[in-house]
Design a protein around this ligand. Structure first.
Ligand SMILES: Nc1nc2c(ncn2[C@@H]2O[C@H](COP(=O)(O)OP(=O)(O)OP(=O)(O)O)[C@@H](O)[C@H]2O)c(=O)[nH]1
Length: 390
């Protein structure tokens, strides 16, 4: 089935990540058998010693690309762009009939952010590909100690759209799973935790995590944003603001009695902000610019739907990974009756209160001790805690 070379739908991209040995290749092998993966391509940044040869065989002829040197996230990032462009070229010149989907498996140590940014920040790739979701695998046997020891693993779990828990079929995994699930939920309240051994990690759930529902061709904002999950939080909602995870200290010990304070986890915050008020497009841009330029690396993931005062009936969808934001997408209408601006943040080393104060100032929500938006713009250093470029 070949597509028309014009008016192609953007190709959904799923990024599979997870710590070393978490089960990425095993899952990928299973996924490749699914009908949803027909005409899909897989990019693996390195071939492990374990038998990937049959992957080669079971996938479409030239669907698998090995990026051979080092880590996809850093050393060969240029190659990822080249590979993604190469697929488009082959599609456009008819050497490749169809590319229904792309799955990128990162190495265990990789930070998924640069992979997401490669697509979001590229003026052409962002038109032809769309990020569908980040799937993070966590091994139930070693997951907890991996999270304790490796901040990258915490980050992988925090930015996931879906978390897959592997190795619960092993006795140790089964025993450790409940505490681990609680911890993952605290880190990332919006991502469903799917237990691989239960057969829950199926393509229908793993793929299709993005904003666009391919079947209905509409924006599935509610599910994508999952703002309610942040509002419900992980049981730490003391201020009624929707905290996924905040205060240091005692509460954590209940969930993770076997651990010391989970320092890496404590650096992560997941929270949502919302307002009924419309904001001006310029104000929104300034808010994001300010946040991004001063704190970009701390914004692990930002998603949102925003009511603009210029055109309140057509909301804008935002999606950012660190300092890189997808070009805002304007929806033709609000997807449902909830017409509030809603933003969800997953941050590292950036307190919720700071973002909230800044947001409130820009949204002109009355708040004590907060300069108004004009004052912030005139003098960004006026914001308490702001550590911008001098
Ligand atoms: N018992 C059990 N073993 C699993 C499961 N998932 C993966 N494994 C095993 O764990 C080992 C590592 O799995 P891989 O799929 O290679 O993990 P990976 O994340 O691709 O590993 P790296 O490429 O090294 O990062 C293999 O021996 C798998 O057979 C699971 O759910 N249960």
């Amino acid at each position: 089935m070949s597509e028309s070379p014009r008016r192609r739908e953007p190709i959904p991209v799923t990024v599979i990540t997870g710590f070393l040995g978490a089960g990425k290749t095993t899952l990928l092998n299973r996924l490749l058998e699914a009908p949803e993966m027909r005409d899909a391509a897989v990019i693996i940044n390195e071939f492990g010693e374990i038998g990937l040869d049959h992957l080669f065989v079971s996938a479409a002829d030239d669907g698998i690309v090995e990026l051979s040197s080092g880590c996809l996230c850093c050393t060969i990032r240029g190659d990822l762009v080249t590979t993604l462009e190469g697929f488009l070229r082959r599609l456009d010149n008819g050497r490749l009939d169809t590319l229904s989907r792309l799955v990128i498996e990162t190495t265990g140590l990789a930070d998924p952010a640069p992979v997401l940014q490669t697509i979001m920040a590229h003026p052409y790739l962002v038109m032809r590909y769309r990020l569908d979701g980040v799937v993070t695998l966590v091994d139930a046997v070693n997951g907890s100690s991996t999270l304790d020891e490796h901040p990258e693993a915490v980050k992988q779990a925090a930015v996931a759209d879906r978390i897959v828990l592997t190795k619960t079929d092993l006795p140790k995994g089964a025993a450790r799973a409940p505490a681990l699930v609680a911890r993952l939920h605290a880190l990332n309240p919006a991502a469903p935790v799917l237990v691989a051994a239960d057969g829950a990690a199926v393509p229908a759930v793993l793929l299709g995590a993005g904003l666009w529902n391919a079947a209905t061709k509409t924006a599935d904002v509610r599910e994508w944003l999952a703002a309610e999950a942040y509002e419900a939080g992980a049981g730490h909602d003391h201020h009624g603001h929707g905290h996924g995870h905040h205060d240091h200290g005692h509460e954590h010990d209940h969930a993770h009695p076997a651990h010391d304070v989970n320092r890496h986890d404590d650096r992560i915050r997941a929270f949502s902000l919302s307002t009924d008020r419309a904001v001006g497009a310029g104000t929104l841009e300034m808010f994001l610019d300010l946040l991004r330029s001063a704190h970009g690396p701390k914004l692990l993931r930002v998603k949102g739907i925003v009511k603009l005062s210029e055109d309140p009936d057509r909301p804008v969808v935002l999606h950012g990974v660190q300092d890189v934001f997808h070009p805002p997408v304007r929806l033709a209408a609000w997807p449902d009756e909830d017409r509030r601006t809603r933003l969800v943040f997953i941050t590292r080393d950036l307190p919720e209160g700071f973002v909230r104060r800044m947001f409130d100032a820009f949204a002109s929500t009355p708040a004590t001790d907060t300069p108004d938006a004009a004052a912030l713009i005139d003098n960004p250093l006026a914001i308490t805690g702001f550590s911008g470029r001098a």
